[in-house]
Design a protein around this ligand. Sequence first.
Ligand SMILES: O=C(O)CCC(=O)C(=O)O
Length: 376
Amino acid sequence: MSPIARESCATLSVADFYRRYMLPNQPVLIDISALTALWRVRSEWTREQAAEAEEAAAEGEEQQAKKQRAATSAARQLDAAAVRAACGAEEVTVHNCAPAAGRVMGRLHTAKMSLDEYLRWWEAHCAARGGAAGAAAAANEARAAQLQRLSELSPTEPEAEAEAGAEAVLDDSLLYYLKDWNFVKDHESDVQLYTRPPYFAEDWLNDHEAEQSSDHRFVYLGPADTFTPLHKDVLNSFSWSVNITGRKRWWMLPPSSEAALMSTRTGTQLFDLRDLDTSDELAAEFPALPALLAEGGELMDFEQGVDEVLFVPSGWWHQVQNLEDTLSVNHNWLNACNVRWSWSYLQQQHARIVKEVPECDGDEETTQQLLEFKYE
Ligand SMILES: O=C(O)CCC(=O)C(=O)O
């Protein structure tokens, strides 16, 4: 296994980020708590319970920072009532990560619902699950009911809801992960939830797309155990991802590992690296993988704490699990450092469409439309 590089925005300059990570296409985790402290997503969408008293200890700086992050992560929770009040009526897409829900064509099942519905599910799920986040969810629910009563927005009886919450039973067929919510696109003019960290300022994808109907700036929200399957990012873009609440586990493999991630039997890519541990039959389809995953291999397997931003370089394969209830923000982007990989990827895909879709041979307009449809 390879270790992930760790930095802090207090000491990492933009020029050093460029030279040490972006240009050589290497991942890095950067503590940006000094930046997130100023963000509205933190002050308006989360609540902090009093953190436990700090132990005075003779430890290294890194250990202390880790302890501090763990305490912050435990104390800071989503303020579901505030999020609901801000944009509960919006439609969002959720992915069902419950193992019992299965997959469709190698992907998680998805559904569309209002954010309000999603947050109701979230609160019931966290309350039924119990623990610290469950208590926070119950408090959120009570606060939401109070806000609703005040605003008379909902016809639902708050008392009946609170009762339903108290009786909630964990439904193991549902584990919803809200992904790819284009919050910024729809709210640029009224609220700036966060600012782009300076390391990622030069962004040809989203600056261009500001004029378009969609973009690559996302909010993600998922309770503990929600999951993003193995993939590399759209158009070989870079991505950055920061946790506003919670922690994530990331598994990352460099672009050179791509062939090892394709089944020798079907040619399709692996869904979850952990599936190899539970199925010898599946493991046999990926004979080159064990060497990459072994000690001394290429795999990076690490935790990302609250207020840490991860730089995911172009073409790196990754899968992600939320270890706690996690609110995160992420962008995909292109610039002079990676646009050539995007361009060659698009050329490959163009050639593939022409080869596999007979109608496209000689019809450039249809080929372009299909390309656009696939990567919009
Ligand atoms: O946080 C997640 O679940 C996935 C994020 C991701 O894949 C990315 O930022 O590239």
